[in-house]
Write a protein that binds this ligand. Sequence first.
Ligand SMILES: [Zn+2]
Length: 373
Amino acid sequence: MINRQRLTDEFISLVKIDSLTRQERKMADALLKKLKDMGLEPYEDDTASKIGGDAGNVICHVKGKKQKPALLLMAHMDTVVPGLSKNPVIDGDIIKTDGKTVLGGDDAAGIAVILETIRSLIEDKTPFGDIYLAFTVAEESGLFGARNLDLSEIPADYAIILDEGGEIGTVAVKAPYYNRFHVTFTGKAAHAGLEPEKGLSAIMMASKAIADMPNFGRIDEESTSNIGIIKGGQVRNIVCETCEIEGEVRSISEEKINRYTDEILSHFKKTAEQLGGTVKIDLEKMYPGFDIKESDDIISLLKEASSASDIPMKLHATGGGSDTNIINGAGIPAINTSVGMTNVHSTKEYIRISDMEKACHFLTAIIKAAYLR
Ligand SMILES: [Zn+2]
């Protein structure tokens, strides 16, 4: 049975561990120990050295009564700033912060829900199929743990990521592709008072390029772009030589993100050339999007779980990225389901214990439905 007190205690113990991005060592050690204490054989992969962090992903194969279909359950270990010395406060059904840090329910709630669900299945001797657990590092800075996960070791048929907010039963089935770019405009420095005609202002170049930029902001129903940072110049009396901008493009559609990104970047190039300057463009295609259809098999699995647990499902599209993007991109159908986290990435973050409990029931129902297939 899902044990509310054990779940609450687990959640509190997890959020008290400092686990900023690329500093997940203590969290990884705690999870390795907790899983071993459950009689399982977890291991840590070699992601730490690849991404310059102090811990790798923690992975565990929970052997079931049959191999197929196998489920991959995921949550991330890292939390955002301000996230050191977190001091959770229990107020009735709500767990909140003391106002000085984030709570870290993103994504300690996902981890606590997975641990409680597995504990209760083992305890109750409930039959289930093969389950793989993956607790990832460095999700918040760009899904780096998931990107380095060796999925050849994880033969899963469906992946359930527990890293969403909203009512329990809320499931993200669509998320955008994400590109980011860093563009440096270079002109020519000159004394601004004595001979400005000998210079070429990179600030002017970047400004013109941005002012006439195609596809800015809300591009269409499923696509957006932004310029988030502009930096340039050192002193007032020198014609500015370099100016840097950083921006992003998102779209649910792969064809559109490619086209919009190309149009933006070639516009920057053309503008710089027309004005007699140069431009250096660094484009990073950070992660793929996903678009799960209602007719897809993973959705029918969730529907079975939803009716068995009496938890209504709400499918929605999200504008952000998560480990779900990487797993879908690697070919395993994956969805992101809510654990009830609220006001994440802020010092007003909180979570309801009853929501985490409900998330355990929903996850249990998914595992049981998979076993019946
Ligand atoms: Zn998260």
